[in-house]
Write a protein that binds this ligand. Structure first.
Ligand code: NAD
Length: 367
């Protein structure tokens, strides 16, 4: 297979972990007979230095000419956000990409291996068998994109954000969720606030209609307040969770804590043409940048998601996931997930271990 990938490493730890992800991608290309052409482009502070913009037209053009986007992370230290180089850096970069390519669904797998149960803040008996949840958040509807108004009525300030969904928006993301569940444990939990909100009532109705097309998948419906509680009470009950933009924003951050470190979590944003962006869930971690100690797993697993969702290369995606799990099972840990008695390694050394577990050559040929 021949594919072109836009690679945008960004700022902080972005370039460090991207370098490791590229090593893994290259090993997959060699092992499975693929050709991946990488087109590097700038975003965030790195782009600002050269182009005076966090998301220059040059970078958008590189993305348009590619089959997928592999993104690192952008942004400067939280204490320097007032500086022009960093001001609104994340929003200018990420939202520009989201808007430009109309990414409507955000995938955030939250996995915790039993070996890492000690980095999860939940009680050991709740997570000792691991956690494996796929969150799918709708990205283009809800109050984020509805009409907004701040005004004065009867001498008092009033503000509003309209939260709305069309049935097409709901159906589109629901199909994505049921399709994903078919390749997993065949359960979708749809999260809404249908006891109060009209937009949620429509959400629930449409998700039920879509569910009728997937008789092999069980649909569970849950109110968002209950879901927030169930995620920490019994995370094992979830397989695929599909929800609205606002609820997804909050629930995915809550669930991210279960994995123990932001350095472990990859994510993907897809549009209706199947074009997608893959990135770690965390930021540019300026506090540890330049030291070679960042956890490269989130960026490496972003490559696995890209191979699976954009290129339909399931065996290759699994090979990466298994290689990461094997390195963890063997006790290798970057500092963010390290505990006494384990093997403390840097980003490069951890990736060396992952590479050792990737098949060297298979009988597949380039296509
Ligand atoms: P952050 O996610 O960068 O860091 C939060 C904590 O998690 C830090 O202690 C950091 O060291 C740790 N961490 C994150 N990734 C790690 C990794 N791979 N390995 C080990 N530890 C890791 O969040 P922040 O500090 O609030 O933000 C820093 C900058 O990142 C800001 O400028 C923010 O705007 C930006 N940001 C960018 C994105 C993005 O590019 N999509 C997302 C979130 C934040």
């Amino acid at each position: 297979m021949k594919k072109t990938i836009a690679v945008i490493a960004g700022d902080g730890i972005g370039p460090e972990v991207m370098q490791q992800a590229e090593r893994v991608l290259s090993a997959i290309a060699d092992g499975y007979g693929h050709q991946f052409k990488l087109n590097h482009a700038l975003a965030g502070g790195a782009a600002f230095d050269k182009f005076g913009s966090h998301m220059p037209e040059e970078t958008l053009e590189v993305c348009r000419l590619s089959d997928a986007i592999l993104f690192g992370s952008v942004g400067g230290p939280v204490s320097e956000q007032h500086q022009i180089k960093w001001k609104n850096c994340e929003a200018n970069s990420i939202l520009a990409l989201r808007k430009n390519f109309k990414f409507f669904a955000n995938f955030r797998p939250v996995r915790l291996l039993p070996e890492l149960a000690h980095v999860c803040p939940l009680r050991y008996d709740l997570v000792k068998d691991g956690i494996d949840i796929l969150f799918i958040r709708e990205l283009l509807g809800d109050a984020y994109f509805g009409a907004k108004e701040t005004t004065i009525k009867n001498g008092k300030r009033v503000a509003s954000d309209v939260s709305s969904y069309t049935e097409d928006q709901v159906a589109q993301v629901a199909h994505v969720a049921f399709n994903a569940a078919q390749g997993r444990r065949k359960k979708v939990t749809s999260v809404d606030k249908a006891n109060v909100l009209d937009a949620s009532k429509l959400w629930r109705e449409v998700v039920r209609e879509v569910a009728a097309n997937y008789p092999d998948v069980t649909l569970d419906e849950m109110l968002v307040d209950n879901c927030a509680m169930q995620i920490i009470r019994e995370p094992k009950q979830f397989d695929v969770v599909v929800t609205t933009n606002m609820f997804g924003d909050i629930l995915t951050d809550e669930a991210a804590v279960l994995a123990g470190s932001l350095g472990l979590l990859a994510s993907a944003s897809l549009n209706s043409e199947g074009f997608a962006l893959y990135e770690p869930s965390g930021g540019s971690a300026p506090d540890i940048a330049g030291q070679g100690i960042a956890n490269p797993i989130a960026q490496i697993l972003s490559v696995a998601l890209m191979l699976r969702f954009s290129f339909n290369l399931e065996a290759e995606a699994r090979a990466i996931e298994v290689a990461v799990d094997t390195a963890l099972t063997a006790g290798y840990r970057t500092r963010d997930i390290f505990a006494e008695g384990e093997k403390l390694v840097g980003s490069k050394e951890f990736t060396d271990q992952v590479l050792q577990n990737i098949p060297v050559a298979t009988c597949k040929t380039a296509g």
